[in-house]
Design a protein around this ligand. Structure first.
Ligand SMILES: [Zn+2]
Length: 254
């Protein structure tokens, strides 16, 4: 497909809304098209900025909502008092509508928000001209590269006899906290592995260690020895699980 045809699909790609086949074709196109890659990178920056702003958005507590509802409900008053208070009631009613609207929006769970961040980091890596800072297929080169850059050791699996190839690594940031970003190749696909120090809010999440669908990607996440792992790919859940199992084996071997 020509570049012009892809330009209409930039937003769908950024939101992970392309079909798996289109996603794969776009991945391949991005590797050869600096112009599309640059546009994706700036869209991802904008998306991150909007999400940061949204996270700071005011969310009313249940108590506050009840208080507003109580104050907005008209009480029995004499007619003259009602007239005097009418503008205040109207203002309170508008505020109540806003509060109810905010409370009824579909809830984004912390888990969905976090998986969204991880998928965004993967898409950003795919669109980046330099997705890895240490380019190597050798685990013995990539592991020491992270030493001194991260507060933990990065243990990489032996990929001999596996369908995956290591492409390299870089320092990835999630909320300004550094972690390991690793890129793997599987046929024409690229998969990301992210490793961060475990956080209290992540530890509370459901512990189902199977790949979950997020947009057009599969994400598997688990926690081991104080570290939080994420594997992201657009291939298949089996594929993502296979790489997850290799990472688990590498972490357990040391
Ligand atoms: Zn292009």
């Amino acid at each position: 497909m020509a570049c012009e045809a892809w330009r209409d699909k930039l937003d769908a790609f950024v939101d992970g809304e392309l079909s798996p086949n289109a996603q794969q074709e776009f991945d391949a196109h991005l590797r050869g098209c600096a112009s599309c890659a640059k546009d994706i990178a700036s869209r991802m920056q904008l998306k991150t900025a909007v999400k940061r702003a949204a996270a700071l958005r005011y969310a009313p507590s249940v108590e506050f909502r009840r208080k507003i509802e109580k104050e907005a409900l008209p009480r029995k008053r004499n007619p003259r008092a009602v007239l005097i208070w009418a503008p205040a009631f109207a203002a309170a009613a508008v505020l109540l509508l806003v509060v109810v609207w905010m409370a009824r929006r579909p809830a984004v769970t912390p888990e969905m928000a976090m998986l969204g961040e991880v998928v965004d980091m993967h898409v950003t890596a795919l669109a980046s001209a330099n997705p890895v800072d240490v380019v190597s297929t050798d685990q013995h080169t990539v592991k020491p590269w992270f030493e001194g850059k991260l507060p933990f050791a990065v243990n990489l699996p032996d990929l001999t006899n596996s369908p995956f190839t290591l492409l390299g690594g870089r320092v990835a940031y999630l909320d300004q906290t550094p972690g390991a970003g690793l890129l793997f190749q599987y046929r024409k696909h690229q998969l990301s592995v992210f490793i961060f120090q475990e956080r209290a809010e992540w530890a509370k999440m459901s512990a189902k260690e199977t790949p979950q669908r997020h947009a057009s990607f599969w994400v598997e996440t688990w926690s081991a020895s104080g570290l939080r792992y994420f594997v992201v790919g657009d291939t298949s859940d089996a594929n993502v699980e296979q790489l997850a199992n290799l990472m688990k084996g590498a972490a357990g071997a040391e």
